[in-house]
Design a protein around this ligand. Sequence first.
Ligand SMILES: C[S@@+](CC[C@H](N)C(=O)[O-])C[C@H]1O[C@@H](n2cnc3c(N)ncnc32)[C@H](O)[C@@H]1O
Length: 268
Amino acid sequence: MSKRKHRRRRAAQAHRHLLYQASVQSPESDIEFFDRVYRDHRGRRPRALREDFCGTALLSREWVTSGKRRTALAIDLDERTLEWGRRHNLGTASMAKRVRLVQADVREVRRPRVDLVCAMNFSFCVLKQRPELLAYFEAVHAGLRDDGMLVLELYGGTEAIVPIEEQRHVDDFVYIWEQESFDPITHETRCHIHFEFEDGSRLDRAFTYDWRLWTIPELRDVLTEVGFADVEVYWEQVDDDGDGTGEYQRTESEENQEGWLVYVVALR
Ligand SMILES: C[S@@+](CC[C@H](N)C(=O)[O-])C[C@H]1O[C@@H](n2cnc3c(N)ncnc32)[C@H](O)[C@@H]1O
């Protein structure tokens, strides 16, 4: 077989959702964080999760696996992605019963009310205009139980607003994050995820994002405006090399970094 044919095959065999799940998502640590913060504030374990912008609903699967009485409502606009998740992540009958997949715009869903809503991996940044973000947060506020909580994940920092390409080795492939552009007037940014394999073949632009990079104070203002009682920021801690440790601490003020990750927690 020629080298060229072999190259085509390796990238062609890989599935972009599997690669994404392995390189981007870490549902166990998200759930650990949700449990800790929810217990700190509410003194109990949350049971009903709503995963907005759920994609393949991997987090919802881990959620129901983490507690017998836990349920998840997983919402995404894209039927094909939901179908992939249904087949690959929610294969068993009991899993399918406890995770309800809903094809909808997250701004349209207000029932059933849940303990916890999450929007991970910056997905809410697809809502670029303030009225759109406000409509989303209003829907979340209405869809939360009285002691409910919303968790948003956001990134930023001095290197978040420049064209850049970062690589990370994961299993037997390389995950590549490309920031193609950033507009300082609108804060719109266009980013891509590429995957590269040991045989040199690539899956270029496996995912493309067209976002507005919201700032923490903007989120805080809109969340407060729709009625959330308090908004907290949990900052990812870094080691001596400046790499994220996966540990998050509540903070009121920070020095800027090249890159940072936060959970913004809004308490109903
Ligand atoms: C970055 S992926 C998020 C995947 C996963 N939640 C994660 O944490 O990695 C964004 C998803 O949001 C969905 N999406 C975009 N706009 C939406 C909307 N208004 N309502 C519901 N889903 C939406 C897309 O179909 C896509 O699957």
